[in-house]
Design a protein around this ligand. Structure first.
Ligand code: NAP
Ligand code: GDD
Length: 329
C-alpha cells in the first residue's frame, strides 16, 4: 500500500516541492488549502491539472490552521502515515504588523494540529517546520541544535512555541514528532516579498526595461541561503528514521543581502548600485543580523548534505525570472 502524507502549507514554496518529491516516491499526498477570493494554487497547478495525478496521487481539501475541528475530521478520514506542518504566516516583517494572527496560525495552529493527532489517536509521524529565526540574536556562531534560542520577532516567538509543542508531544505522548530547524531556503517559487525573489524579479524587470528602481531595507543582514528543493528532501529523511529528533538544515555558508545583489546583478552584467535605493519601510523593529548553520548532525544521522551552493542558487533564480520576463541572456 502506498504511504499517505498530509501537508499543511501545500500551496507554498516548500509544500509544492515536497508534494512533487513525495509523489515521485510513490506517496498519496493530501493537502489543505485556504479558501481565497483569488487563485492561490499557482505553485501546484501543474499537478492539479494533471489527470494522472489529481485525485489519484494528490487530494486537495479546504482547511485552515485556525480550524481545529476540520483538521481532526480530515485526519480521521485520511489517516496519514506522515504529517508535514508547513502552513504558517511565514513573513517576519509582516509578523510585526499582525503579531496576534501570526501567533494564532504559526504558533497555536501547530498545537491544533498536534491535538487533532492526539484526539483521533492515529498512528502517524509529524514534521514541524521550525526555523533558524529561533536563533534570532544569535548566541553562538555557527548555530546548531544545542545553540540557545533568542527569537527577535513575533514570527520567531510563534515558531519557538510551536517548536516546544512538538517536543512536548513527543515527550508526553510518545508521538513521532521532529523539528526541522531550516535556515533560509529559496527558489524560483519563493514568495515575491522575500528579499531574494524581490531582487531576482526586479533584476529581470530591469533587464527587460520594465522597471528602473528597486527599493530595499537592510542590506547588511547575513543569511545562510540554500535551495528549497534540497531542503524538502531533508524533511522526508527526518521522518524515515527509527527515532524522532530535531535537526538543523543549512549550507554552512553565509552572505549579506548586498552580496546577493552583487552576485545577481553581475551575472547579467549590471551594477546594482545604480538601481537600488533604501526605503526605511523595509527595516524591521528588531533585526536578525547573522545566521549561519552547522548541519553536521543532519549529515551524520540522515546522510543529508546540500547539493546547491549560493552561486548556483542565485543563477537558478535569476535565470527563471529572466525567462519569465522574456529576456534572453
Ligand atoms: P510560504 O511560501 O509562505 O507558504 C506558507 C504556506 O502556509 C502557504 O501554503 C499558505 O497558504 C499557508 N498558510 C498560511 N496561512 C495559513 C493558515 N491560516 N492555515 C493553513 N495554511 C496557511 O512558506 P515556505 O517558504 O514554503 O515555508 C514553509 C514553512 O517553513 C513555513 O512554516 C515557514 O514558516 C517555514 N520555514 C521557511 C523557511 C524558508 O526559508 N522558506 C525557513 C524556515 C522555516 P496560502 O498559499 O493560501 O497563503
Ligand atoms: N523581505 C525583505 N524585503 N527583506 C529585506 C528587504 C526587503 O525589501 N531589504 C532587506 N531585507 C533583509 C531583511 O531585513 C532580512 O534581514 C533579510 O533581508 C532576509 O529577509 P527575508 O527574505 O524576508 O527572510 P527572513 O530571513 O526574514 O525570513 C525567512 O527565513 C526564515 C528562516 O530564517 C522566512 O522564510 C521565514 O519564514 C523563515 O523562517
Amino acid at each position: 500500500m502506498n504511504k499517505k502524507a498530509f501537508i499543511t502549507g501545500i500551496t507554498g514554496q516548500d509544500g509544492s516541492y515536497l508534494t512533487e518529491f513525495l509523489i515521485s516516491k510513490g506517496y498519496e499526498v493530501h493537502g489543505i488549502m485556504r479558501r481565497s477570493s483569488a487563485f492561490n494554487t499557482e505553485r501546484i497547478d501543474h499537478l492539479m491539472d494533471n489527470e494522472e495525478i489529481m485525485n489519484k496521487k494528490l487530494f486537495m481539501y479546504y482547511g485552515d490552521l485556525a480550524d481545529g475541528t476540520n483538521l481532526s475530521r480530515l485526519l480521521e478520514k485520511i489517516k496519514p502515515d506522515e504529517i508535514y506542518n508547513l502552513g504558517a504566516q511565514s513573513h517576519v516583517r509582516v509578523s510585526f504588523d499582525i503579531p496576534v494572527y501570526t501567533g494564532d496560525i504559526t504558533g497555536m495552529g501547530t498545537t491544533r494540529l498536534l491535538e487533532a493527532v492526539r484526539e483521533t489517536q492515529i498512528k502517524t509521524k509529524f514534521y514541524q517546520a521550525s526555523s533558524s529565526e529561533l536563533y534570532g540574536l544569535a548566541q553562538e556562531v555557527p548555530q546548531k541544535e544545542t545553540t540557545p534560542f533568542y527569537p527577535r520577532s513575533p514570527y520567531g516567538a510563534a515558531k519557538l512555541y510551536a517548536y516546544w509543542m512538538a517536543v512536548n508531544y513527543r515527550e508526553s505522548y510518545n508521538m513521532f514528532a521532529c523539528n526541522g530547524i531550516l535556515f533560509n531556503h529559496e527558489s524560483p517559487r519563493r514568495g515575491g516579498t522575500f528579499v531574494t525573489k524581490k531582487i531576482t524579479r526586479a533584476l529581470a524587470n530591469i533587464a527587460a526595461k520594465k522597471q528602473d528602481k528597486l527599493f530595499l531595507g537592510n542590506l547588511d543582514a547575513k543569511r545562510d541561503w540554500g535551495y528549497a528543493k534540497d531542503y524538502v528532501e531533508a524533511m522526508w529523511m527526518m521522518l524515515q528514521q527509527d527515532k524522532p529528533d530535531d535537526y538543523v538544515i543549512a549550507t554552512g555558508e553565509t552572505h549579506s543581502v548586498k552580496e546577493f545583489l552583487q552576485e545577481a546583478f553581475s551575472y547579467v552584467g549590471l551594477d546594482w548600485n545604480k538601481y537600488v535605493e533604501i526605503d526605511p519601510r523595509y527595516f524591521r523593529p528588531a533585526e536578525v543580523d547573522l545566521l549561519i548553520g552547522d548541519a553536521t548532525k543532519a549529515k551524520e544521522k540522515l546522510g543529508w548534505v546540500p547539493k546547491t551552493n549560493f552561486k548556483e542558487l542565485v543563477k537558478i533564480m535569476v535565470d527563471a525570472d529572466l525567462k519569465e520576463a522574456g529576456v534572453n541572456k
